[in-house]
Ligand binder design. Structure first.
Ligand code: ZN
Length: 411
């Protein structure tokens, strides 16, 4: 997926703005003596931008327009340091809404739908993004925000919500509650638009079966507008993304070089038309790949695969590099296990150890199962974890994102 002429011209426009604003990236361009790009090669020589650069620009150092043009800011969570603040102009807000509307349309959602929005409203980009797109589409927004499951279910029944927007963790929590209360026949949901965390095939299947709905994965991050820059269509062959607003590359996280289409690596995004805080070659640390060829739906928008994790998710246990996704895949091969698990890493008696807590789908011989899972991890990854199989519903459920990995070594 090489950058094309039109996109290069758009990048040049962004470069001019960044240099004029003299923010961190403008300075970096000046130092490198670059004020435009005229070829694919030029583009690939542009420096990357990193989350740390954005943090250092706190509070408003990313602003690339006049202050009177800023109509809103959003912020990404500051769990690992300073938060990042992204200023938006009216056009940025409008562009984001257009992209989000396109997401709903790709999911076959129309203005006759009633969209139940559970992600949070406020500083982060979640709820308000779902809301903007819904209003642009002309559907009925039910702006719930997270929490208060009783009220969620009451409104869902009374208003006959047809689309659920949620994190996968909260969708699962609602699905389990609906089943527990025996109210499935009073729920009118047809589709779910699920965003913001990586989720496995097992969890996906449970949500879709228990709620009886079609599921759509929405992609996005606060630094680049927010959720809504891509979604899968009904053929479910990866997520289409909007290359009229963003240019997306996949790089080898170790070398920083582009990998060929089809190969896995880290997503790097350049905004093409953003005004408030344009970003060039922003390293997302999300792992995916470009899916070559055309989708059966006929859309020309390119596709990426589901996000399998983050390049900074890697755990080092007893000298072995492990991604949570690898553990999840092994757990996925046991039909006796359900979708929910938690990994805890600790340092005991001078040694790293991994404990895996995983919920069973029924009542089997937990002890035998524990040994089988530990043996499978040993043979596929190379070390033996301590495995605890627990009853369904034992692990905490979340209204936001589930914490899958807890590293106690650094606490
Ligand atoms: Zn498609």
């Amino acid at each position: 997926m090489q950058i094309n002429e039109k996109q290069l011209a758009q990048v040049n426009h962004q470069i001019q703005r960044l240099i004029a604003a003299d923010n961190f990236y403008g300075k970096r361009l000046k130092e490198a003596g670059v004020d435009h790009v005229s070829s694919v090669e030029d583009f690939l020589n542009l420096p990357f931008s990193e989350k740390q650069d954005l943090r250092e620009a706190y509070p408003l150092g990313l602003m690339t327009c006049k202050e009177e043009e800023v109509v809103r800011i959003h912020s990404s969570s500051g769990t690992t340091g300073m938060p990042v603040i992204i200023p938006y102009t009216a056009k940025d807000v409008d562009d984001w809404g257009e992209m989000f509307k396109r997401c709903y349309e790709f999911a076959g959602i129309t203005k006759k739908d009633r969209i139940h929005i559970t992600p949070g409203y406020g500083l982060w980009t979640a709820g308000i993004g779902f809301q903007n797109g819904c209003e642009k589409l002309g559907a009925m927004a039910i702006p719930m925000g997270p929490g208060n499951t009783n009220k969620q279910l009451q409104m869902m029944m009374d208003l006959k919500s047809t689309v659920l927007c949620a994190t996968s963790s909260y969708a699962l929590l609602l699905a389990e509650e609906i089943e527990k209360r025996g109210i499935a026949d009073k729920i009118h949901l047809k589709k779910g638009v699920i965003g913001s965390e990586r989720w496995g095939e097992k969890m996906r299947k449970r949500i879709s079966t228990e709620l009886g709905i079609e599921l759509y994965d929405i992609y996005g991050l606060t630094e680049i507008y927010g959720p809504g820059i891509g979604i899968n269509c009904k053929y479910d062959t990866g997520m289409h993304y909007w290359d009229d607003y963003i240019y997306l590359e996949i790089i080898d996280p170790a070398t920083g070089k582009n990998v060929p289409d089809g190969e896995w690596g880290e997503i790097v995004i350049t905004t093409l038309v953003k005004e408030g805080a344009p970003l060039i070659r922003f390293r997302t640390h999300d792992l995916s790949r470009i899916i070559p060829g055309e989708c059966p739906c006929g859309s020309k928008f390119p596709r990426i695969d589901v996000i399998t994790g983050r390049s900074d998710d890697m755990m080092k246990i007893k000298g072995v590099n492990v991604f949570p996704k690898q553990i999840e895949e092994i757990l996925g091969t046991f039909p006796e296990l359900s979708s929910e698990y938690q990994i805890r890493i600790s340092h005991l008696d001078g040694k790293d150890s991994m404990r895996i807590y995983v919920e069973a789908s029924g009542s089997n011989d937990f002890k035998a199962l524990q040994q089988q899972v530990a043996a499978a991890v040993k043979s596929k990854i190379g070390f033996t974890p301590i495995v605890y199989v627990v009853e369904l519903g034992f692990l905490p459920r979340s209204e936001k994102k589930s914490k899958r990995v807890i590293d106690e070594r650094f606490q």
